[in-house]
Design a protein around this ligand. Sequence first.
Ligand SMILES: [Fe+2]
Ligand SMILES: [Fe+2]
Length: 191
Amino acid sequence: MIYTLLKKLNQEAMKDIIRVKSLISADVETLLNQQIKKEAQSSSAYLSMASWCDRNGFDNSAEYFFKQAEEERQHQMKFFRYVLDMGGTALSPEITNVKIEYNSFREIFEEALDQEISVTQSIKNIAARCHKEQDYVTVEFLNWFFKEQREEEYKARRALELFDLIGEEGTGRWEIDKHVGKIHYGNEAGE
Ligand SMILES: [Fe+2]
Ligand SMILES: [Fe+2]
């Protein structure tokens, strides 16, 4: 009897230890770690785009992508710290196969938009999982990123539109680059 009682107490204590240790489920932790990697990949891709633009004389676009690269790094860190704050294990990702060459100036902006759309989708997937297990704490944390993605997708679409609006003939690309430097969204909901 006493033994059973002790065993029961022990089990309760174990459960508490597990519960106290981490505030997120193993599945959510895995998804968040995948997102950490995705943000790091985005940062590396943007840095590569900045390099290409700089090498090819598109200075404003290079600056635009340098800034994007830094923002993605900040996103990565936000996810990283959140996993740790929740008692999880944040994994520093290995990034490989970073592109060096692009076929055209336009291709870079197409890839940038694709990348942002894919990031929005993957954050939606995390949120869907969180709703399923009623992890509203993480849902609330993710809301900042939805607002951020609204801005990121807007800017990426705006940049790509410039190619159709201005056209690439003659001094077109030079003109597009000039306008890329002026793209902004509202008052930049950065925080
Ligand atoms: Fe991001
Ligand atoms: Fe982004």
